[in-house]
Design a protein. Structure first.
Length: 557
């Protein structure tokens, strides 16, 4: 039995791998943080000793005998070291964190892309964006605050030593205060911050998903006069986010107040527990203890940020979870192997380059069969009554990577990205030349439209292909599928929305392209002109379900 993983363990492991690549920069940042904290504590201690010593010398009439040059030089040197060390720490720690997180985002996107498409597609665009942006950003503090621990320990040790010189009891008091501060902050974090952080990140994800949905449906919202209702719904989500963030900020303020009070208490504790000590030494020790407690603020801050980090890790783990253990054993088959559809002992067998029309009324399951071939849906033999195999291997047993190499899909509702026409075509496969793009656009009957634009292939499209008509978007998706170079082409209503002349042009060019390249075709279309591409081989799905499943029938013509 596999032991249960802690929430966020997978992503934490990925982040650790990325962080190790930046370990040299992080080690230098840790060293700089230690130097900066020691300089800050030393600066405070020297300043306290110098001011108290100068005051006592003046009161005793010995001001001219007081050596102020050496302490002044040391104070200035400590200030320079503190500033320089903090600059180096922040520069290197943030650089290491940003590089590690950039690599982590690539790892997470790759893990999401490599999961079975039906699993990956369950995550909405807004939710995926929220996790890859905000949740990953939350992990930055896990790395940026890493130098705070060693620095806080070093500063605390020096402060305890100075307080011990003033009075042993004062040293013990400062040590006890230092040891109790971080656990107290962690207890407050667990009680106040953790719930608020989880709630805030969930609310942010919900708001982002709502905004993405509203943007995608902006035209319909405007046409139906739903602007006010949509704005109210978004305002409700935003109010929930604001409330959660307000609770988080208040909890942070309470913990920051704890540190401030602790610093004042440390200084007062040294003065109270060292009544007979040298005044100058006691003053220096008091200010050093104050500075050491302030140095704990970075460590305390790391503890409070852990709430946000923990919530982010738990949500990001959902991007890299493995598939279900019950998944069937995956087998291999050549992408260009024969494609076979079976029902009750009868079959339609397509050799390489074969063509098939999936026929039947709306709702019979034609699109789902195409999506199953493309790996976007689980094959459902019970619903369709049809078993599909490629090279003798059942479709459900084939890995998604093989399906991706075997089938290129031009869907009924194409997905286009914001970018140029060339960017959208380049998604088909790496290394495409412009000449190949123009050839595919020609087959899809879109080359004249693109050439008419001044920018040509560089013409920019908005989200979802905004800037193209519905028919142009379908043809661009068709051209992209042609460029994929797969053995089998899957077309779902490829000429829907086209005028008769354009439709005839696309069908004629596509027929010749299929013949020249030897590419196989599985087609879904209710329109008569493109149906001729199947050359009479038809698989008909019935719309009459029985008690348990939708039936199908195979009628090769």
């Amino acid at each position: 039995m596999t032991p249960a993983r802690a929430p966020g363990a997978r992503v934490a492991a990925l982040l650790a791998v990325r962080a190790r690549r930046e370990r040299l920069a992080m080690r230098v940042a840790v060293a700089a943080a230690v130097v900066g904290t020691l300089s800050a504590v030393g600066l405070a201690g020297l300043s306290g000793w110098f001011l108290a010593g100068a005051g006592l010398a003046a009161a005793a009439g010995a001001a001219l005998l007081f050596n102020y040059l050496l302490p002044s030089a040391l104070i200035r040197q400590a200030a320079i070291f503190r500033t320089g060390a903090r600059y180096v720490e922040r520069l290197l720690a943030h650089r290491a964190a940003l590089l590690a997180l950039a690599g982590l985002r690539a790892d997470l996107f790759r893990a999401l892309a490599e999961r079975p498409p039906p699993e990956a597609l369950r995550l909405s665009g807004g939710e995926a964006a929220s996790r890859l942006v905000e949740d990953v950003d939350a992990l930055e503090n896990l790395l940026v605050r890493r130098p705070a621990g060693p620095a806080a320990v070093a500063g605390g040790a020096v402060a305890v030593a100075l307080a011990g010189l003033a009075a042993p009891l004062a040293g013990l008091g400062v040590a006890a205060l230092l040891l109790g501060l971080v656990p107290a902050a962690q207890a407050m974090r667990a009680r106040l911050l953790d719930p608020a952080a989880a709630e805030a990140q969930a609310a942010l994800a919900a708001l982002k998903a709502a905004v993405v949905g509203a943007v995608e449906a902006a035209a319909e919202i405007r046409l139906m006069g739903l602007e006010a209702r949509t704005a109210d719904a978004l305002a409700t989500e935003a109010a929930a986010l604001d409330a959660a963030r307000l609770r988080f900020v208040r909890a942070e303020a309470a913990i920051a107040a704890l540190v401030t009070l602790g610093a004042a208490l440390a200084a007062a504790l040294v003065l109270a527990l060292a009544p007979g000590a040298d005044v100058a030494l006691a003053a220096g020790a008091a200010l050093a203890a104050h500075a050491a407690i302030e140095a704990q603020a970075g460590l305390v801050r790391a503890a409070t940020e852990r709430a946000r980090v923990t919530a982010g890790l738990a949500r990001l783990d959902g991007l890299v979870e493995a598939g279900t253990p019950e998944a069937p054993a995956q087998q291999e088959a050549p992408p260009a192997a024969p494609l076979v559809f079976r029902r009750r002992g009868r079959e339609v067998r397509l050799e390489a380059g074969g063509r098939l029309l999936l026929d039947g009324p709306s709702g019979a399951g034609k699109t789902r069969l195409l999506h199953a071939l493309a790996g976007l849906a689980e094959p459902d033999v019970a619903a369709s009554g049809i078993a599909i195999s490629l090279g003798g291997v059942p479709l459900a047993a084939l890995p998604p990577r093989l399906l991706a190499r075997a089938f290129a899909l031009a869907p009924q509702a194409p997905t286009l990205i914001a970018g140029s026409i060339a960017d959208n075509l380049a998604l088909a496969r790496p290394g495409l030349a412009e000449a190949e793009m123009w050839q595919a656009l020609h087959v899809a009957g879109l080359d004249a439209v693109v050439r008419a634009r001044a920018e040509g292939l560089a013409a920019l499209l908005g989200d979802g292909g905004r800037g193209l008509s519905g028919g142009e978007a379908k043809r661009l998706a068709l051209a992209r599928a042609l460029l994929a170079g797969r053995p089998w082409l899957l077309l779902d209503e490829p000429t829907e929305g086209l005028d008769p002349a354009t439709e005839a042009l696309v069908v004629d060019r596509l027929d010749r392209w299929l013949e020249e390249t030897g590419t196989g075709l599985v087609l879904v279309s209710h329109r008569r002109p493109p149906r001729v591409l199947a050359r009479g081989t038809v698989l008909r799905l019935s719309d009459v379900p029985d008690a348990s499943a939708r039936r199908g029938s195979v009628l090769p013509a």
